[in-house]
Ligand binder design. Structure first.
Ligand code: TYD
Length: 397
């Protein structure tokens, strides 16, 4: 066995399945993470069936934050300028926040969540409401032809059989085409102790090292790696067909591989140490929340994220410590957070003068949130975070 478990986050629910009732029964699974010493891939030990997570009730809305809306608009603009693609395909288009920037006749998407597929369709884009697969790839090539650009943001890491998914990309893309995908970076997760990047949807947390091996095995090569601040540190990978080699391999690829190697991404000890830091983070966070509570402070959480589902269920943080979660997504409001069942309400309803402390469930949007919540900070409110270490964020003096 080359796979070793290095992190056990306990029994966890479906991270994005907010329940209507506090008493509702839920599906739980063992959230354990393995490092494969052979492939260097970090994955969940137990995968959750895709339709249990991605279906007509999926609530994650890509355009919920300004950061993400700006990110996708800029991305589309950059791709149009550099690659000038004719046929564009997106895998995991959500509400079409990226696709919106392309011509309806030549851009189309794959989106298995039917609620979001219907939104993308209503904007005039052909949308295949299916999971990405070899069969779908064949259908697309027949019906649409071979895309010049395939883009996928925060979606490839959801696919358990990732090798087959990449193989299907290789069979779909035009010979001169570019495949660009971005997902949370394993290196950044290890550096920032952001263990909450691990939840049911993230079947894998990718390193460039592991991706290079898998992509090469299916005839694709990485020609550029771009580091992004998005989602708490992501890698954007640019790949092309090996046998066509349309573009030279840029230095960013060897630089990324070298940085990962120096950090120890290939060593099992790195993961064992990370596991220990996660246990300390849990203790520190509980200590902080309990001590604020003892002082009589009102604590809420900011952003009903999948990440906070992991943190709350791993640390055993429920409504006794956190009164409620505020979130701008209408589909999450009026519901209860998965597992620990903390109520979710809108910021208008709950982010008022009575709040003393706000745990940053959406710590990855720290800049956007602190910019927006200057009044809260000014009146002495504080944000609490566990990334990169458990700490209190106050107004800068
Ligand atoms: P994200 O961090 O992308 O979540 P996940 O861990 O599920 O990938 O999601 C951010 C969530 O926080 C989303 O539900 C919207 C919410 N949010 C707010 O409520 N207010 C804000 O100011 C921001 C930036 C996000």
């Amino acid at each position: 066995m080359t796979k070793k478990v290095f992190l056990d986050l306990g029994k966890q629910p479906i991270a994005n399945r907010f329940t209507s009732e506090a008493s509702e029964d839920e599906f739980f699974f063992n959230l354990r993470v393995v490092f494969d010493q052979d492939t260097k891939l970090v994955s969940l030990e137990e995968f959750v069936d895709l339709p249990m997570m991605f279906n007509e009730d999926y609530v994650y809305l890509s355009s919920a934050s300004k950061t993400m809306r700006d990110h996708f608009a800029q991305t589309a603009c950059d791709f149009q300028r550099e690659f000038k693609p004719w046929l564009v395909m997106e895998i995991g288009s959500n509400d079409g926040v990226f696709l919106n920037n392309f011509n309806r006749k030549t851009a189309f998407s794959v989106e298995p969540c039917t609620n979001f597929a219907n939104i993308t369709r209503s904007k005039g884009y052909t949308t295949y409401s299916e999971f990405w697969s070899t069969e779908l790839s064949k259908k697309i090539v027949e019906e649409k032809g071979r895309p010049d650009l395939i883009y996928s943001a925060n979606c490839m890491c959801h696919i358990p059989d990732i090798k087959n998914a990449f193989l299907a990309i290789e069979k779909t893309i035009a010979d001169t085409g570019v495949f660009v995908f971005e997902d949370p970076s394993l290196l950044e997760m290890l550096k920032r102790n952001s263990y909450d990047q691990v939840y049911d949807e993230h079947a894998h947390v990718f390193s460039v090292t592991a991706l290079q091996k898998i992509l090469e095995s299916v005839g694709l090569e990485i020609f550029r790696v771009q580091k992004l601040d998005i989602h708490g540190g992501s890698n954007r990978i640019f790949a092309q067909k090996v046998n066509c080699r349309n573009r030279g391999i840029e230095d960013s690829v060897s630089e990324a591989l070298q940085e990962e190697s120096i950090f120890g991404i290939n060593l099992k000890e790195t993961y064992i140490e990370f596991g220990k830091r996660v246990e300390s983070s849990k203790k520190d966070l509980l200590n902080l929340l309990e001590s604020e509570k003892r002082k009589g402070k009102k604590i809420v959480s900011y952003g009903a994220t999948s990440k906070s589902t992991t943190v709350f269920n791993f640390c055993g943080i429920g409504p006794d410590l956190i009164d409620y979660i505020v979130d701008t997504t209408p589909a999450k409001q009026g519901k209860f957070s998965p597992g620990v069942k903390i109520p979710v309400i809108s910021p208008e309803e709950g982010f008022d003068d009575s709040v003393d402390c706000a745990f940053l469930g959406a710590w990855n949007f720290l800049d956007e949130i602190t910019k927006k919540e200057t009044e809260f900070l000014k009146r002495g409110g504080v944000f609490l975070t566990h990334v990169p270490t458990v700490s209190v964020i106050k107004q800068r003096t």
